[in-house]
Write a protein that binds this ligand. Structure first.
Ligand SMILES: Nc1ncnc2c1ncn2[C@@H]1O[C@H](COP(=O)(O)OP(=O)(O)OP(=O)(O)O)[C@@H](O)[C@H]1O
Length: 409
């Protein structure tokens, strides 16, 4: 780095007592001129230094920005295959390319075979991903205390009773099953059309038993790369064991447990592997205990029978769309907090809503409330429900799915 030239010397004033007044005045004048000159010089240097400082500052800002971009730029995921003296062998997810790469010295001691790591464009390992941060966080929804209660679920009382018996009792009273010598159902499969309260049921059981609710969507298990699906299944059961009591809920289980297809694509083989992993986790599972397994599907007809064998999903509960009595209950539940006008008759509305799911009814009540708000009213009237029904019908006719997808607990 170049050093800045030294500062100009401070001018000295030498006054000889022998000097005449005129000489003194001239010496003083010269001194004043030199001072002014040095002052100007210092001023220039100051301006120069300030300019340089601004320049350096803008360089620092630029570097900071570049550093930020580097830090936030996309990294790729890979699995460590082997740690050798020559470097680390990783396999990139997605293209399965094997690469021999380096780790930064501070990570050297942390990297082990089997770890998932984040790599940059040049394959250098940037960080080691732990399971929580990686797969679990991405693919699972973990709720230590879900808020849904049985009172929030309408029109499927029989299903609630069955679920309580099959899931809640073994969690709450495992010793009872032990004493009587009865095996509780291993897994409970809820099946029925979309939006009928299957997820709510699983959350309500978890709530009632103070269990952690762990949800994994079957589609998440399929989107992963080779070996990733089965690893996620293992993670799922491990996490449940860490957090017991826990209710595992696998939604859209048909995604990994459909009847075998004829095609022999590697994708199918991978799905099969994931399903086998799921079955083996369930088979090696102690039925009585602190973890209960539930799954849901809208495509019961597609399921591979292997998952329905005893010891696996051996309790099937159908959750249908509500009948008119159920619709009234669901309307009551979803209007609990609403100021509903006297002219709204739920029985009458239920007739119009025949065939709709709980989710449709939930979004319909929200929509009716929105009509009241748009009209600057706090009271929701029959006309608002009528408008909401009309909107729902239009959406059905035009093929767009009614609003339940954007209205979730
Ligand atoms: N029986 C019901 N009682 C009250 N609300 C319901 C009922 N069924 C559905 N809902 C409403 O619909 C929303 C979605 O329900 P839920 O997610 O439980 O359906 P699901 O059967 O799991 O649907 P999917 O098969 O699409 O996953 C709930 O958050 C709730 O607002």
């Amino acid at each position: 780095m170049s050093r800045s030239p030294s500062l100009p010397d401070r001018p000295r004033l030498d006054l000889d007592p022998e000097m005449s007044d005129a000489e003194r005045l001239s010496a003083l004048r010269q001194h004043f001129e030199r001072l002014t000159e040095v002052n100007r010089e210092l001023d220039d240097r100051l301006t120069e230094a300030t300019d340089r400082r601004d320049e350096l500052q803008s360089e620092v800002d630029q570097l900071k920005r570049r550093n930020e971009t580097l830090k936030t730029s996309s990294l790729y995921i890979a699995t460590v295959e082997e740690v050798t003296d020559d470097g680390v062998v990783i396999k990139q997810h997605g293209n399965n390319q094997e690469v021999l790469t380096d780790t930064s010295p501070h990570l050297e001691s942390q990297v082990e075979a089997g770890d998932r790591v984040a790599i940059n464009d040049s394959f250098a390992i940037q960080s080691v991903l732990d399971d929580e941060k990686d797969a679990r966080a991405q693919a699972m929804e973990v709720d230590a205390s879900p808020e849904v209660t049985y009172d929030d679920i309408g029109g499927i009382d029989e299903q609630v009773r069955e679920v309580r018996e099959a899931v809640e009792d073994p969690l709450a009273n495992p010793e009872m099953f032990e004493k009587v010598g009865v095996e509780p159902p291993s897994g409970v499969l809820l099946h029925g059309p979309p939006g009928t309260g299957k997820t709510m049921l699983a959350k309500a059981v978890a709530n009632e038993t103070d269990a952690t609710f762990i949800k994994m969507a079957g589609s998440e298990l399929v989107r992963k790369f080779i070996g990733e699906g089965s690893r996620l299944v293992r993670d799922l059961f491990e996490l449940a064991a860490d957090r017991e009591p826990a209710v595992i809920f696998i939604d859209e289980i048909d995604a990994v447990a459909s009847k075998r297809t004829d095609s022999k694509t590697s994708g199918d083989a991978e799905v099969q592997r994931t399903m086998m992993q799921l079955l083996s986790e369930m088979d090696g599972f102690d039925d009585r205990g602190e973890i209960r397994i539930m799954a849901a599907t809208n495509r019961f007809d597609m399921l591979d029978e292997a998952i329905l064998r005893p010891g696996r999903f051996d309790r099937l509960i159908e959750v249908p769309n509500p009948d008119s009595e159920g619709i009234v209950k669901i309307l009551e539940i979803h209007t609990r907090e609403m100021n509903v006008a006297d002219d709204v008759d739920f029985e009458d509305l239920a007739e119009e809503l025949e065939g709709q799911s709980g989710a449709d009814i939930a979004s319909l009540t929200t929509e009716a409330g929105m009509y009241a708000i748009r009209d600057d009213r706090t009271e929701v009237r029959r006309e608002d429900f009528d408008d909401a029904i009309e909107k729902m019908r239009d959406a059905e006719e035009s093929g767009t799915i009614p609003g339940h997808t954007d209205y979730q607990y």
